[in-house]
Structures are given as structure tokens and as C-alpha cells.
Write a new protein. Structure first.
Length: 139
């Protein structure tokens, strides 16, 4: 019972700015204020660093986009990318060459979709990527 009251007293003293037989900070200093950082409104508008991939697997490029979007987002959220592939992973292993200067996440994904014949569905902070359902003309 005494221990519970001590914890309450320490908590109350901390709220009021004093100390009550508990850990104390230096006199005249306040603990740092913690600001809540909100994720960006549209993470697909985050700007990425220059991209330069030569015959890299699609999965490697998507991992890079995901990681760099988190780095660019002040809240560290970025985008999540889900690749819907077949059991053999043939889509993930597709080699692509891509070179872009400071693209947004949206631009990078759109160019990947065009280049590799992908369909991308975006919802909030998530993009689901799969083969396009529309037949692409033979080159």
C-alpha cells in the first residue's frame, strides 16, 4: 500500500513540476517536448533520390523505393509495397533497367508499371503491384 502511494506521489509531483522522493532532473530544466510528427498526406508525392538500376530484379527496385520513401517521410512511414506474384516468383525476378532523376514515388511506380507491364492499385500508404490484366503488344 505504501509503495502504491509513493508511485502516485511521484506521478503527481511530475505532473506539477516538482519531485516527491523520486528521480529528479536538474533544477530549472524541463524535459524535452515531444512533437508528434504526422505522416505526409500523400506518400506517393514524396521525392526520392536519383534512381539508377541496371538489370536489377523488380523486387530489389521495389525494396529500394519502399526504403527511400520511409527516409523521405518526416514520420518515417513512407509507402508499403505488396507484390502479387506467382509461386515461382517470376515477376519479382524480372530484370529492369531504370534511371530517374529525383522522381516522386508515384512517378517511379508509374514508370515501372509502363516498363514492366504492371498494374498498380494505390490505397492510402499501400500500393499493390501485379501483372497487368491487359495484354501488352509484342515488341
Amino acid at each position: 500500500m505504501v509503495r502504491a502511494w509513493t508511485i502516485v506521489a511521484i506521478g503527481l509531483a511530475a505532473l506539477l513540476g516538482g519531485a516527491a522522493d523520486g528521480p529528479s532532473e536538474k533544477a530549472g530544466t524541463n524535459p524535452p517536448a515531444h512533437r508528434a510528427v504526422r505522416p505526409v498526406a500523400d506518400p506517393f508525392d514524396l521525392e526520392l533520390p536519383d534512381m539508377n538500376f541496371r538489370q536489377a530484379p523488380l523486387s530489389e527496385i521495389l525494396d529500394w523505393i519502399r526504403d527511400r520513401s520511409r527516409d523521405a517521410d518526416p514520420a518515417g512511414v513512407g509507402v508499403s509495397l505488396i507484390l502479387k506474384d506467382d509461386a515461382r516468383g517470376t515477376l519479382a525476378a524480372t530484370p529492369l533497367t531504370l534511371r530517374l532523376t529525383r522522381p516522386t514515388v508515384r512517378r517511379a511506380l508509374d514508370l515501372l508499371a509502363t516498363t514492366a507491364g504492371l498494374y498498380i492499385r494505390r490505397e492510402r500508404h499501400v500500393a499493390v503491384i501485379e501483372r497487368s490484366r491487359i495484354a501488352t503488344p509484342a515488341r
